[in-house]
Design a protein around this ligand. Structure first.
Ligand SMILES: *Cc1c(COP(=O)(O)O)cnc(C)c1O
Length: 480
């Protein structure tokens, strides 16, 4: 295979075999998610379902939902996906929505809708504001930034939205408040009912982010879990985001944004009637809109069905409960909060949890890291059988003993953090470019991130931003 950093444009096409060989070769270095040793990022429903969902994607591979008049099939499929998910969320008859490319787009659209709705209801308003609990997904901050809204981030109380603090922050410019069901970091459901009452009292919009919970919580309810209400049954909830490409087990590129009524959804649409290319209208952020992900989402919901999802959810929760039980038996570890579904955050009061994570990575496990407080984060899904959880616990115990035994990396870590603390005190703020250069050369693979997390914790925000930007730049280019 050619060296990637010497890439020019191919002068001649190569055979199908050569092209696919290269792709398969590259794929070998990726995380092996079918093994169950990685958590999050991939949601695999198993061979049988996947076959149907893949085929559905391929059937609509070339088709474009941008023009529903040319593709009445996609128009129907999208409308049905929206209606089916609305049904799960106890939507009123006048509810509506759209399919989007993912949770981020759904959230961006909720923000855009809130901004434009408020322009008509409150034309004399300053910069519109959206109030976001600190545990909410970064997509809300991304969207506020894109669309010129002010995001007011409010600290959580016991890791969930603090309704009284949110109430204090509401002013004449507030257009929307946000709750998560559940939040990604700790799997906890915000007090949506109280937020709903607050939104009604103040006559503002309330978005519920059900991106990750959308295909878990409604089925857990049906299985008899005692969950608080989080959907359209609460009159103050005006929009909900639900990812079909997470626990819906659809192909990537499938989420829905739901609205309580059709008139609210209209604020989401983009129209330009003067273009020489004709009258242009699009419902979501995309222009060309892939038919494959719409068909695959429709196929996933129809081939799995309520009975299938109930089984997948039960399996996922059996594994989650086993994990929680085992974690609580390990004296060095505890969960952060008591998760409502299959997102488990683990912390330690006695050992460095990020060093524990590094050792687990060496054993082939992969998962996310948490900060404030430090932890590791497991997104359990149906690939994680109880056998896998048992293997995970076994390696976790091994890793704890590794971290507890005298280790060079521990000393190194302490040394580097304390050196950095000293250096950042001595240097004027923002002038630690040498340290930044060192960061740029740090291996971005998660194998040894305890040192990085330790260092990140002592840097000023401004420098952190720049370091992460440089890292993104490096990760998204052909550099070695
Ligand atoms: C995944 C997720 C999102 C963002 O969805 P993407 O599909 O990654 O764009 C938003 N909110 C929550 C709670 C999520 O888990």
């Amino acid at each position: 295979m050619k060296k990637l950093n010497k890439i020019g444009f191919p002068s001649k096409g190569r055979s199908s075999e050569q092209v696919l060989n290269d792709l398969n070769f590259l794929k070998n270095s990726d995380v092996n998610w079918k093994s169950g040793k990685s958590f999050g990022y991939v949601y695999y429903p198993g061979e049988e379902y996947a076959k149907t969902i893949n085929e559905a994607y391929n059937l609509f591979f070339h088709d474009n939902a941008l023009n529903p008049q040319l593709f009445p099939s996609l128009r129907k499929l999208e409308a049905e996906v929206v209606a089916m998910v609305n049904h799960l969320f106890n939507a009123p008859a006048n509810a509506s929505g759209c399919m989007t490319s993912g949770g981020t787009e759904s959230i961006l659209l909720a923000l855009k809708t809130a901004r434009d709705y408020s322009k008509t209801t409150r034309p004399f308003m300053d910069v519109p504001e959206v109030i976001v609990p600190a545990s909410a997904h970064p997509a809300f901050l991304k969207g506020a930034n894109y669309f010129g809204l002010k995001a007011v981030v409010v600290p959580t109380i016991d890791l969930v939205a603090d309704v009284s603090k949110i109430k204090e922050k509401i002013n004449n410019n507030t257009v929307m408040i946000v709750g998560s069901a559940p939040s990604f970091p700790h799997g906890l459901i915000d007090p949506i009912e109280e937020l709903s009452n607050l939104a009604l009292e103040k006559n503002i919009l309330l978005h519920v982010d059900c991106c990750i919970g959308g295909f878990m919580l409604p089925f857990m309810n049906k299985l008899g879990w005692d969950l608080p209400c989080f959907d359209f049954k609460l009159k103050g909830v005006t929009s909900i985001s639900v990812d079909v490409h997470k626990y819906g087990y659809a192909a990537k590129g499938a989420s829905v944004i739901l609205y309580r009524n059709r008139s609210l959804r209209k604020f989401q649409f983009s129209i330009y009637t003067k273009w020489s290319g004709g009258v242009y209208g699009s419902t979501t952020m995309l222009g060309t809109k892939p038919g494959g992900s719409i068909a695959a989402a429709w196929a996933a919901i129809n081939t799995i069905g309520e009975n299938g999802y109930l089984k997948l959810v039960q399996k996922t929760m059996d594994s989650t409960n086993l994990l929680l039980e085992k974690i609580n038996e390990i004296p060095e570890l505890s969960t952060i909060g008591s998760p409502s579904m299959s997102l488990v955050a683990i912390q330690s009061k006695s050992i460095d949890i990020h060093e524990l994570a590094d050792n687990m990575n060496i054993k082939g496990w992969s998962f996310d890291r948490l900060q404030h407080p430090s932890g590791i984060h497991l997104t359990i899904s149906q690939v994680h059988s109880v056998e896998i959880i048992e293997a995970f616990i076994k390696d976790l115990k091994w890793s704890i003993s590794k971290v507890k035994s005298f280790s060079v990396s521990k000393k190194m870590h302490r040394f580097q953090v304390s050196t950095l603390k000293l250096v950042s005190k001595l240097l004027p703020e923002g002038s630690i470019s040498k340290i930044q250069k060192r960061f740029a050369s740090i291996d971005p693979s998660p194998k040894r991130s305890a040192v990085m997390y330790g260092m990140l914790g002592v840097l000023p925000d401004k420098d952190l931003d720049r370091i992460v930007k440089n890292l993104l730049d490096k990760l998204n280019s052909l550099d070695d």
